[in-house]
Design a protein around this ligand. Structure first.
Ligand code: NAP
Length: 332
């Protein structure tokens, strides 16, 4: 079968499309013919050797896919040949076929196409867990989303709105803000896209306070980190929750911990993948909720660009170059 492979660590142009052996079916596992896979920021980090866990070379990146089940191993209980599914693969999705444990697979609704299904698991899974289980977002609260037109960002905009929050989207360009408004954000603002100096950090805090009547945001969703984080924490409301999602802007920030004391606020870590391993049933319930929200038209995963498997390296570069809006898909 054909697979996009990382044979040496580096930028996407080092990736190769190779013919490799079909994966072997194991007990408890299913063989899926992938129809679409989606790109996530961890793929960008993993091919460069910068992610928190690192597979041995050569490896096939790709954390999620959707397709049809071709075969099932012994002891598989809930999945049948021919089922339309998505899979939370972690690795290996940028290939024609994949073998994964049935626990990481979910049947998708008949009305959901493969591109949408491939775009859903990691971003909406992370964001629903973050807003519901971690932040306990309440109706009427203000939710600030940074990197709001990115994968997890746009999912959060939609979910925040569906949960009855007032959503403020923050991103680097006006067309990204426009997309967030089209997906339900109540308002938005542009932040500086380079390293923020002290004045720009103060301006970021002031802007958030201005948009929240001086109170600050009740919940901040931060997938970008670096020196965007502290100004946002300074503009978090009393009793607020600041969600640590990721560090797409580069550095892992160091935060003066007295800010949490002064604001009676919580700095809340979100590690969706680890939680899924510990609470698979709750995660499945979350996905049932996401399918329902999708069928009601309350969430609509945005796929801004799609690439063929042969051009898979370009798909990863597109995300890395900050050009993606919503999700980037590889059609297989
Ligand atoms: N904690 C978890 O469980 C979990 C789960 C999934 C993902 N994540 C993390 O969430 C983050 C976002 O993932 P994603 O898949 O949504 O990525 P994405 O689609 O690329 O979105 C990231 C956004 O970050 C912003 N950004 C700011 N500085 C950037 C820079 N220097 N390079 C690239 N983007 C930059 C961009 O928006 P602007 O141009 O508007 O600034 C971009 O839209 C990653 O750090 C990822 O590891 C965490």
């Amino acid at each position: 079968m054909k697979a996009l492979q990382c044979v040496e660590l580096g930028l996407p142009d080092k990736l190769k499309v190779n013919e490799i052996a079909d994966p072997e079916l194991l007990p408890g596992h299913v063989l899926i013919e992938n129809k679409a896979a989606s790109v996530n920021f961890p793929d960008v980090l993993m091919i460069q050797g910068l992610y928190q866990f690192q597979p041995e070379l050569p490896f096939t990146p790709g954390g999620e896919s959707a397709g049809e089940v071709l075969a099932i191993g012994d002891d598989v209980k809930d999945i049948q040949v021919g089922d339309r599914v998505f899979a939370m693969t972690g690795l290996g999705a940028f290939a024609e076929k994949i073998v994964v444990h049935e626990n990481t697979v979910m049947k998708i609704p008949d009305t959901m196409d493969f591109e949408t299904a491939a775009a859903l698991p990691m971003t909406y899974g992370t964001s629903l867990y973050a807003l519901k289980q971690r932040a306990e977002l309440k109706e009427g609260e203000t939710l600030l989303v940074l990197g709001a037109a990115g994968g997890v960002g746009l999912a959060t905009v939609e979910l925040g709105k569906a949960m009855g929050a007032r959503v403020i989207a923050a991103a680097s360009t006006q067309d990204k803000i426009d997309l967030c408004i089209a997906h339900g954000a109540d308002e938005g603002f542009i932040y500086e896209s380079g390293k923020l100096d002290k004045n720009q950090q103060k301006e970021l805090s002031s802007k958030i306070k201005e948009l929240t009547g001086g109170m600050g945001a009740n919940v901040v969703y931060d997938p970008i980190g670096d020196n965007y984080s502290e100004p946002c924490i300074r503009a978090t409301a009393w009793d607020g929750r600041y969600l640590v999602i990721g560090f797409a802007a580069g550095e892992i920030p160091k935060i003066p911990i007295n800010l949490a004391l002064l604001k009676g606020m919580k700095i809340v870590g979100v590690f969706w993948g680890a939680w899924v391993g510990m609470h698979p049933d709750e995660n499945r319930n979350n996905f049932e909720e996401l399918f329902k929200l999708h069928s009601e038209g309350k969430i609509n995963p945005e796929v801004s660009d799609s690439f063929s498997l042969n051009d898979g390296a370009l798909a990863i570069a597109h995300l890395m170059d900050r050009k993606a809006k919503g999700k980037v898909i590889i059609k297989i």
